[in-house]
Design a protein around this ligand. Structure first.
Ligand SMILES: [Zn+2]
Length: 285
């Protein structure tokens, strides 16, 4: 059976690069890059407590909770750009610890959240009590057309079944409602210059590496009209950036995080390799 692109089904799929023994493929038509996990790989099993807090685990974050001030500041900026919050119903898919959901609530949205990790859902539930459901993006336990906005902040690259997830999100959005997502741009200059060392080729949690065209095709095939695609950047603590740079250059070590004066200082970073996509669900014909 010929290999086909998981987004556009084109059969012109080639090896792009190898990283950690994994062959990353790319579709010549929509430029989606992806890899094919072996049988028995269950992406949902990645997101236990260790994913969000372990300096030594092979994947995930050293200390996600420590990023709270920077993440909240980033989400505040992103949410401010959505406008028209008051009373609008927002679903945050892949809510992690609930920082975005909490900021959306502060911004005036009526917020619900879906999160696959039991550990993360517990944290999120403490911030937006009673409105965090443990669910995967392709089986959302919400009614049809009941949300004005759905957000996926750095989540879509983790989802093993993108068409099923986007179809489910479209079902939950009212006609005219908006989907806003952020993800890495595999077609960006920084991704190209970095090759296999690109900081968003994080295996095994990132399954897909989207291009702008692949997102247009994915969303378009579920009744979305893409309105804007922008490279907007985010805010990070200096210590986190140093740690990421060290891991990129020398790999993971067991020395623990670097502590130094100013490590907690939050600074804006825009490498123009993370994009924010806003799409509107077209009214049913
Ligand atoms: Zn494709």
């Amino acid at each position: 059976m010929a290999l086909t692109c998981p987004v556009c089904e084109d059969t012109r799929v080639r090896t792009k690069l190898r990283k950690q023994g994994v062959e990353i493929l790319q579709c010549a038509a929509c430029r989606l890059a992806f890899w094919i996990p072996g049988a028995g790989f269950d992406p949902s099993s990645l997101y236990d407590g260790d994913y969000f807090a372990s300096e030594h685990a092979a994947h995930g974050y050293d200390d996600y909770a420590a990023l709270e001030p920077a993440l909240r500041a980033t989400f505040r900026r992103r949410l401010a750009k959505l406008g028209g919050a008051t009373g609008a119903k927002l679903l945050d898919v892949g809510a992690a610890y609930g920082f975005a959901a909490s900021e959306a609530e502060r911004a005036g949205f009526r917020v619900f959240a879906a999160e696959i990790s039991a550990d993360a859902a517990r944290h999120a539930g403490a911030l937006v009590p009673g409105r965090v459901l443990r669910a995967s993006a392709d089986h959302l336990p919400f009614g049809t057309a009941c949300f004005d906005v759905v957000t996926l902040w750095d989540v879509i690259e983790h989802l093993p079944a993108p068409h099923a997830a986007v179809s489910e999100i479209a079902r939950c959005l009212r006609p005219g409602g908006r989907l806003v997502l952020t993800t890495g741009d595999v077609g960006s200059l920084v991704a190209w210059l970095s090759g296999a060392r690109w900081h968003l080729y994080t295996l095994p949690e990132h399954l897909f590496f989207y291009s702008r065209e692949s997102l247009r095709r994915l969303l378009g095939s579920h009744g979305f009209r893409v309105e804007t695609i922008r490279a907007e950047g985010a805010l990070y603590p200096v210590g986190y950036l140093v740690e990421r740079l060290r891991k990129t250059l020398v790999g993971r070590s067991r020395t623990g995080s670097i502590r130094f004066p100013g490590a907690g200082l939050v600074v804006p970073v825009n490498l123009f390799d993370v994009i924010t996509v806003t799409a509107r669900r077209e009214a049913a014909p």
